[in-house]
Ligand binder design. Sequence first.
Ligand code: COD
Ligand code: ATP
Length: 229
Amino acid sequence: MRIVGLTGGIASGKSTVSGLFRSSGVPVVDADLVARDVVKKGTPGWRKVVNAFGDDILLENGEINRSRLGQIVFSDPAKRQLLNRLLAPHISSGIFWEIMKLWVKGCKVVVLDIPLLFETKIDRRTKPIIVVWVNPETQLQRLMTRDGISEEEARNKINAQTSLDWKKTKADIVIDNSGSIEDTRTQFQNVLKQVTTSLSWKEFAFSRESVAVVLFSLFIGAWMLHSRI
Ligand SMILES: CC(C)(COP(=O)(O)OP(=O)(O)OC[C@H]1O[C@@H](n2cnc3c(N)ncnc32)[C@H](O)[C@@H]1O)[C@@H](O)C(=O)NCCC(=O)NCCS
Ligand SMILES: Nc1ncnc2c1ncn2[C@@H]1O[C@H](COP(=O)(O)OP(=O)(O)OP(=O)(O)O)[C@@H](O)[C@H]1O
């Protein structure tokens, strides 16, 4: 199985590109969705967050007030690190199980859309790594428009992440999303070809088919021994 890493900066266009993968039939695991699941009311992740940040970050229905928690962690590096540390194991295992489900279905190529790919060191498990890059002015504007937030809040969110230019230097493939969606779609067609080329031997070894072949061979071997053929 090939696990493609898809990352970038906040509002750089990861979801836009992952949408293009989905429409082309390539399954996507969205780490932001996993991160939401692991803090649903009553889960171990939720308990840890409430113990660390207090009841003030809860809505009336007991769910986490994400916008309130975001204001806290995006303006305070120590609190952000604390939240990352509390949730990292839950997010990693959530991602693992999502990938396992796709493996069981026999998927050969899976895209992992994850903002903190390098920070969580999950980049070691993904190949190739795609970075969705955007120029800083466009990123700021798109973030302010999408989230309806002030320039200061948007800058806090951008500065809470490793620089997008640094991530670009670590990429196998860069998609420049500073232009129009059409522009991005054109770049995407080439990327899709690169990502869906036939699997290497190492990737094949981790595919469902290869495990089936190994199990089948073991079964035949055991049966021949048992029958003394
Ligand atoms: C702080 C929270 C509550 C804000 O929630 P909100 O719904 O407003 O934003 P959402 O989850 O959709 O994230 C939006 C974007 O913010 C950025 N972001 C999220 N968490 C972080 C973080 N810990 N550090 C840096 N950037 C982050 C990412 O680019 C992400 O795509 C939420 O993002 C969260 O729980 N973050 C910690 C979990 C995490 O690390 N998520 C990233 C997945 S690897
Ligand atoms: N090429 C583009 N032209 C115009 N708008 C765009 C383009 N690409 C993305 N956008 C818009 O920019 C915003 C950010 O894009 P998107 O949500 O895909 O980013 P993201 O990297 O997934 O963000 P996050 O890190 O917050 O999850 C969205 O409102 C999206 O519609």
